[in-house]
Design a protein around this ligand. Sequence first.
Ligand code: HEM
Length: 409
Amino acid sequence: MTGATAEPAGLGRRAVLGSSAAVGGLAVGSTLGWFGGQAGSPAAPVTPEAVIRQRYSPHELHQAGISTPTPAVTRLLSFRLRTPRVAAELTKLLRLWSGDIEALMAGAPIPGDTAPDMAQAGVSLSVTVGLGPRVFELPGLASRRPSGYVEVPAMAHDRLQDRWSGGDVLAIVAADDPTTVAYASRRLERDAATFATLAWVQGGSWRGTDSAGQPVTGRNLFGQLDGTANPSGADLEAVVWASGPAWFAGGTTLVVRRIELDLDFWDATTRERQEKVIGRRLDSGAPLTGSHERDDLDLTALDAAGRPLIALDAHARRAHPSVNGGRRILRRGLNYTHTEGGHRGVVPSAGLVFLSFQADLANQYLPLQTSLDQRDALHDWTATIGSAVFAIPPGFGPGDWLARGLFEP
Ligand code: HEM
């Protein structure tokens, strides 16, 4: 769902702020160097393949996989700690994973790798790690909880299932191809096994490039351009990155929602109605009050009969910052299809793994979600069946490890 909103791959915040890094709304750059140790290198021009074949570094102010472009394949692995009351078990896992992530993202095998030949660079591999709410119940950690990091209460329209919800530690593995994602996921899963068990795994695909390899806004399985109104540049900085507490500066919070889409019912809906549900055109993504994808919504425009051109319950109106106290989020989506064989036979299910990143979950995401729950034309075609929240620590320096500052003052 991230459209052209990426921070340059490999440029830390200082470099971004200090250079005209965003070229054409999306930028790429070198991927070397811990953010604190290097001055910004000039951004490379956008190549036709700005989304794929990237090499990201975990040694940035922010973890990769958040504002970097969404590659073709993403898998989320949520774990429950075996001994959730012992911080030392979690820190061992985070240390181990930090080394793994450093190697994997550099395209190198990790120690003890049983399939070392599968490691490769230049496949846009990113691993993003998050910490679930129970982590902040560990002795001494309550006061270090990021501000606004709360759980999302069940909404009236939710149909939540435990098998897609919750978790203590999350790894998001994303890359250009499913084989790399499977390989990296397995390495992380194996190293986690001593400390944690899998709670759920879910994932999906995204097409963020056109046939010429140029970055474009991807489409969800309803066929809508999804991610158009995402913040970019300085807006993105303000929306996504937390400035404190100290250990969390450069981190963010994540809400994961598994939203099932009723594609049969959608297919049976007229195109005109489909466009009204969102308030945007299906072909171009333009607002019903405009002609180009990036045109602003005109929420005051009326049709000849005096009715709002963008309906009062249209999703894009209900989610618009102007009716939500200016609140914004960064959305990143993954299309999933899932087929289950069982006593009822083959049951297909399809939807969106909806990821929302924001500096302050309680003040940005929650009011928006609550308002959409109250009124949103999309409800007739969607049902949220999974929900989880994670605090995403900042990146880590070479030889250092993820979230160390949380445990070591
Ligand atoms: C399956 C469920 C959903 C679908 C299919 C969907 C689809 C869309 C589409 C097509 C747009 C317009 C294009 C764009 O700006 O990306 C949009 C905008 C937006 N959606 Fe959703 N969305 C879903 C769920 C959600 C949820 C759960 C939230 C937040 C809690 C949300 C928040 C937003 C926001 C903030 C915008 C941009 C509004 C603006 O600034 O103009 N969406 N969504």
